[in-house]
Design a protein around this ligand. Structure first.
Ligand code: SF4
Length: 259
């Protein structure tokens, strides 16, 4: 299927299902995906599948200049983002100057659109880095991925490119002391003749148990919206997502559903 890459450092604003009017920030190269995961549902495609490997990440100064220019343009047009969202062509916290870029973004947000939130969509793979955690604690919406409470499901769906340790990841998420949002992509379908869904009772129950331990301020659950690398992956029906949300709500979690 036809996946896509963001061809700019600052993109949009776009209407986000989950976040509202969102000005997107892509700290990764504009012509290839760079991620510590290789999710089989990734809208940017599989690692190394797209792009020519020649482009590099933008520098801190380039990011700052491009964001400032965009915010000034938007101000002139009378537009304001609800949120400045770090996402883009991979894992934003992999940028070596992520922490300084967050400081610059807070400064620019305060100067040009003080009501806008700052969000980071992350896969929780860089929480062993103190400066990454400190930066994430400064923003409004620290959104971390947890696609199952079962390690084998995460390995199958998200394909981390390092020695993934679920218990350690959960402990790192607990260390945010509730200052985080958990994002979970639910998918159905099959790959190479095997069921790949994260909808089994064991997946859902262990995921609920993990939420109870992590105690996030909110949980965002969603399903495939655009093209993914494999035709055999399926969207999860809204009723199923709502039933999962209902289980989490019964345990006291605040859940938003995007179907
Ligand atoms: S973590 Fe995000 S960017 Fe990375 S592979 Fe998964 S969906 Fe794609």
């Amino acid at each position: 299927m036809s996946t896509f890459l963001f061809d700019k450092t600052v993109f949009g604003p776009v209407m986000s299902r989950r976040l509202g009017v969102s000005l997107g920030m892509n700290l990764l190269p504009n012509n290839r995906k760079v991620c510590s995961f290789d999710c089989i549902y990734c809208e940017c495609g599989l690692n190394g599948e797209l792009g020519d490997n020649k482009d590099v990440m933008p520098t801190r100064m380039e990011v700052k200049e491009r964001l400032a220019a965009k915010l000034i343009d938007m101000q002139k047009e009378g537009l304001k983002p609800d949120v400045i969202t770090f996402a883009g062509n991979g894992e934003p916290t992999l940028h070596p100057e992520f922490s300084a870029i967050i400081n610059d973004t807070i400064e620019l947000r305060n100067a040009h659109c003080p009501e806008a939130r700052i969000a980071v969509l992350s896969n929780a793979s860089r929480l062993h880095k103190k400066e990454v955690v400190e930066a994430l604690l400064k923003i409004d919406d620290n959104i971390q991925k947890l696609d199952s409470g079962l390690k084998e499901t995460i390995l199958r769906l998200d394909q981390p490119n390092y020695a993934f340790d679920l218990e350690k990841t959960i402990a790192q998420l607990v260390d945010f002391k509730g200052q985080l949002i958990i994002q979970t992509m639910f998918v159905a379908g099959e790959l190479e003749g095997k069921d790949i869904s994260n909808l089994s009772d064991a997946d859902i129950n262990s995921w609920l148990d993990a939420l109870d331990i992590i105690k996030p301020e909110k949980v965002m659950i969603y399903t495939i919206e655009r093209d993914t690398p494999y035709n055999s992956l399926k969207k999860v029906p809204l009723d199923t997502l709502k039933a999962i949300a209902n289980k989490a709500e019964k345990r006291g979690h605040i859940v938003s559903v995007s179907g």
